[in-house]
Design a protein around this ligand. Structure first.
Ligand SMILES: O=c1ccn([C@@H]2O[C@H](COP(=O)(O)O)[C@@H](O)[C@H]2O)c(=O)[nH]1
Length: 275
């Protein structure tokens, strides 16, 4: 999917919501545990209940890898289900990969050829040759960690040299590796005030913004400092949506939470004159 197609979906759905499929077997409703593939059944129900309110889904690989081979099968089935039933959806593998070039090439193959994701999150720490193998695929995206939502972000990411903070250096350097057509950046919603400075460096890039919902980030603050003329934001909520309910009607509760977020997004897009 290219950026124009993504923007079209945002306008059609009046939403820049990404639903995070952080599916934990210990948290899914009990009645699903008898199914052959409980994680897949949970994801399928969440996707069926929310697909018209969001433009992206983001399975986090940790939740699937932690279940071994069965977890990877659940992930594969989930991706195939979304691709077959809702082909307009942008799919993010939140895997935070990156290694020497020869190895990154294999990660790229895994997520873009084997599993047909649109994008994968990548850590910038190992530099250009660890990222560029992901950029050689047409209409596929790297989503580079820039400023993360967690407390530990303050350990390194705000370190300053000659007036430039590390996350700004990451943005300035890495924007030469790709283009706003194949690179997005992760910026945590809990650091929304930094979006003004971030937008000075990468005005046109899409940002994946986790941290609203369970982590307490503010959607309106993110929109205030982060929206650009083509929206430029995918705001993720995982636990706040998928675990809104815990009984047989869990998907209805998930839809209710997604609808609340989409309704706010619709107003924010309208205020900005986008949709
Ligand atoms: O800086 C980051 C980068 C990634 N994440 C991931 O996003 C989701 C957030 O889940 P919530 O339940 O909505 O808090 C999760 O997969 C994280 O690993 C992040 O939170 N912050």
């Amino acid at each position: 999917m290219n950026s124009q197609e993504l923007f079209e979906q945002i306008k059609i759905k009046k939403s820049f919501l990404c639903v995070g499929l952080d599916t934990d077997k210990n948290k899914i409703p009990a009645h699903l545990l008898d199914a052959e593939d409980p994680i897949y059944e949970f994801n399928k129900a969440i996707v069926d209940a929310t697909h018209d309110l969001c433009v992206a889904y983001k399975p986090n690989l940790a939740f699937y890898e932690s279940e071994g081979i069965e977890g990877l099968k659940s992930l594969e089935r989930t991706v195939k289900y979304i691709r077959s039933n809702y082909p307009e959806i942008f799919l993010i593998a939140d895997a935070k990969r990156g290694d020497i070039g020869n190895t990154s090439k294999m990660y790229a193959k895994a997520f873009f050829e084997n599993m047909d994701f649109d994008s994968v999150t990548v850590a910038p720490y190992m530099g250009a040759d660890s990222v560029t193998p992901f950029l050689s695929y047409e209409n596929k995206w790297v989503i580079l960690l820039a400023l993360t939502s967690n407390k530990g972000a303050f350990d390194f990411q705000f370190m300053e040299e000659n007036g430039t903070r590390l996350f700004e250096k990451v943005l300035e350097t890495s924007k030469e590796w790709g283009t706003p057509e194949n690179m997005m950046y992760v910026v945590g919603a809990t650091k929304a005030e930094s979006l003004t400075d971030i937008r000075k460096i990468i005005p046109n890039s899409f940002l994946l913004v986790p941290g609203v919902g369970a982590q307490g980030g503010s959607l309106s603050e993110v929109a205030k400092y982060g929206l650009n003329d083509t929206c430029g934001l995918l705001v993720n909520s995982s636990r706040g949506i998928i675990y809104a309910g815990s009984d047989e009607d869990f998907a209805l509760f998930a839809r209710g939470e997604a609808l609340k977020v989409q309704t706010e997004m619709s107003s924010l897009l309208e205020e900005k004159g986008i949709a």
